[in-house]
Design a protein around this ligand. Structure first.
Ligand code: HEM
Length: 335
């Protein structure tokens, strides 16, 4: 069942995402493909559904027809690898889908540590739009919002860009430890534990703003011990045996079943003229509790009190949870 759904989403056939194939004249990316290729640009669009008759019907039509819209725009430049994944929040899930709620779907749970808080903010739908061309992301967002009309209000739109060799604005390569091979679908896609929602994925997003001037005052060695990797060549540092743990170590979740991974496709964003420098965090997971555990370890600390020091230089401005259903479930909402 899981394998069938993974094929449905193009996750297993990773070759289908290669640029060779995209030049061959086929739409390269299956709909709702959580592991769509890393691209040069992305837009993260979070909207709320308005409370008026007919709004939910409009939204349902648009999300069920998303595959067609992505093809319409994506086909105009296949190597640009346009993709879009839509996530649906807990508040609107029942009415929008007419289905029971996926086992772990609930609104973002605020995590309040002694020094920093992972805030919970509103958001009913997330559109994660990726392409190598910013204009293609823009065009998809434009047409999506045209279709949604006054059924939604925009809560946040963030345009991200790939920064040199996949670095965040703190200067570190971001995304290295993402799962690969068979571990990728196993960590990101719901399996038989929730049969109705096989092939879907829990998506958690947070928009962080960095205090760059204080970060820049740290030595490279201090920054490296906060992240847990070397800055220039990205090599992993050893985990601390006791005391303060690095970001990398706090986000390594293990139990009797082994290590639990998530898939991240974070993007830098910003506006130097406004003094804005940020990281848009996005994590796809088979089990929402894994991402939530990471947040708990970052904000409360392990041991409690020793929080992730990345937070002393990065403030979470938003926090939302969504469920990205499989392509077939999404298309089935039509009519
Ligand atoms: C300010 C926002 C953030 C920045 C700039 C950031 C940056 C980084 C960097 C540079 C790495 C090391 C390279 C890599 O493996 O990707 C990393 C690792 C990681 N981060 Fe973050 N991150 C942020 C927030 C988060 C959040 C909120 C979570 C989870 C809820 C998270 C989960 C992870 C995980 C799972 C790893 C890999 C750990 C491992 O080595 O197994 N990150 N992050």
């Amino acid at each position: 069942m899981l394998a069938e759904s993974q094929r449905d989403r193009g996750v297993i056939v990773t070759a289908s995402t290669s640029s060779d194939q995209s030049f061959a004249g086929r739409v390269p990316i299956a709909p709702q493909q959580v592991d769509a290729p890393l691209t040069r640009s992305a837009i993260f669009l979070v909207v709320g559904v308005v409370d008026r008759p007919g709004a939910m019907d409009t939204v349902r039509d648009v999300v069920a027809g998303l595959e067609g819209l992505v093809k319409t725009i994506g086909f105009r430049d296949l190597p640009a690898q346009l993709s879009c994944t839509v996530g649906i929040g807990a508040r609107v899930w029942p009415e929008l889908t007419g289905l029971s709620t996926p086992a772990e779907l609930h609104p973002f749970k605020e995590v309040r540590g002694a020094a920093h808080t992972a805030v919970s903010t509103p958001g009913d739908l997330l559109f994660h739009i990726r392409s190598n061309r910013q204009d293609m992301c823009f065009e998809l967002e434009r047409l999506l919002l045209e279709g949604l009309g006054d059924a939604v209000t925009t809560i946040d739109e963030t345009s991200g860009f790939r920064y040199f060799d996949a670095r965040d604005l703190l200067g570190f390569v971001d995304g290295t430890a993402n799962p690969v091979g068979p571990n990728l679908p196993a960590s990101t896609l719901v399996g038989d534990e929730d049969p109705q929602f096989v092939g879907g994925s829990y998506v958690l997003v947070q928009k962080y703003l960095h205090q760059m001037s204080s970060w820049a005052k740290l030595s490279t060695e201090q920054q490296e011990s906060i992240i847990g990797r070397r800055k220039a060549d990205d090599l992993e540092l050893d985990d601390a045996v006791e005391g303060q743990k690095s970001h990398k170590t706090l986000n390594t979740i293990t139990d009797d079943a082994g290590e639990h991974d998530i898939l991240r496709d974070n993007m830098p964003f910003g506006s130097p003229g406004q003094g804005e420098f940020g990281t848009y965090f996005i994590g796809y997971a088979r089990h929402l509790w894994v991402t939530e555990k990471m947040l708990e370890r970052m904000f409360i600390g392990d041991p409690p009190g020793l929080h992730d020091r990345i937070l002393d230089f990065s403030e979470a401005k938003t926090g939302c949870v969504f469920f990205a259903p499989s392509a077939s479930l999404l298309a089935g909402l039509a009519g």
